[in-house]
Design a protein around this ligand. Structure first.
Ligand code: GDP
Length: 290
């Protein structure tokens, strides 16, 4: 993951390997090269500007340091980590079943991600139910049912007469002895008002612990714009970056949290059910910097 970006970034750091001196003009050149590289990697412009400005403030000319490259690497690492946000675990309902609502555009990887998240939580000792709540795509419910049965998760459909049956979800949650319910809600091809309204309504009536937005990392910085649109209209609390294995330039990973103001909590790293992990900004920054 992020190999493309890591390779290019190494080239920007390379000239500073053996110099014992770091002049202001070296720093200026370094920042200029870094800026271009990030723009080419499809990182969102406000993110590029913010990172470069923060670095410009922090980086100072140095005389007689052992490795200017290490100095630059350490400083970029710190600022990159800060920009990626901080990891937090999912909120848990202390009084009963925890509800995690998954939203996202069609094809983003939402249904697969619902199963991956369920499987991840199951491996952490939780009893997990996958709930179908997409009235527009019956095939999606069937896909979710199959994924549940293949991976030892429970399944429940909450679609009745072409609608999400909120009362059924409420009564299920009241009676349930399971730990987690993951709801796979309706997606659309584009960000559309009715989809966002439905999400807001589900949120108001069910008061979930998390509303998690699944975005396709292969869209690069467009993933960040999608996250921003969702966040402006619905109470998204975290992002899951699906298909991060296809984001080899890191455009989405670097842009989403800063542009949308929502932290990335997990990422999908392949098509297999186990290809899913918590998003760790330190590890991601280390990966990007090689
Ligand atoms: P939905 O329409 O948003 O529910 O999307 P699906 O869950 O059906 O996924 C769409 C496609 O993306 C499927 O072919 C998945 O196998 C694929 N997919 C989902 N997550 C990942 C991932 O993390 N990496 C890769 N490479 N493919 C993924």
């Amino acid at each position: 993951m992020f190999e493309g970006l890591a390779k290019r970034i190494q080239n920007v750091f390379a000239p500073f390997g053996s110099k014992g001196l770091l002049k202001q003009e070296d720093i200026d050149q370094f920042l200029k090269d870094l800026r271009w590289l990030l723009i080419e990697a499809d990182v969102s412009l406000p993110v590029v500007n913010e990172l470069v400005e923060r670095l410009r403030e922090k980086l100072k000319p140095q005389t007689g340091i052992v490795s200017p490259q290490d100095y630059l690497l350490k400083t970029v690492y710190e600022e990159l980590t800060a920009l990626l946000g901080s990891y937090r675990p999912l909120k848990v309902n202390p009084r009963g079943i925890s509800l995690y609502v998954l939203a996202g555009l069609q094809g983003s990887g939402k249904t697969t991600t619902a199963a991956k998240l369920g499987y991840f939580l199951k491996r952490n000792g939780k009893s997990v139910v996958l709930g179908a709540a997409d009235p527009y795509r019956p095939a999606g419910a069937e896909q979710l049912r199959v994924l549940a049965s293949e991976n030892g998760l429970y399944f429940e459909s909450f679609v009745e007469n072409g609608k999400v049956d909120i009362a059924k979800i409420q009564s299920f949650m009241k009676k349930s002895l399971h730990d987690v319910l993951i709801l796979d809600t309706a997606g659309r091809l584009h960000v559309e008002t009715d989809m966002l309204q439905e999400l807001s309504m589900i949120n108001k009536q069910l008061n979930p612990q998390e509303v998690l937005l699944v975005v396709d990392a292969m869209l690069g910085q467009e993933a960040a714009n999608i996250a921003k649109s969702f966040k402006e209209a619905a109470p998204v609390s975290g992002v899951i970056l699906a298909k991060a294995d296809g984001d080899e330039l890191g455009g989405a990973a670097l842009s989403v949290a800063y542009v949308s103001g929502v932290p990335i909590l997990f990422m999908g790293t392949g098509e297999h059910i186990r290809d899913f992990e918590p998003f760790d900004p330190n590890e991601t920054a280390a990966m990007i910097l090689g």
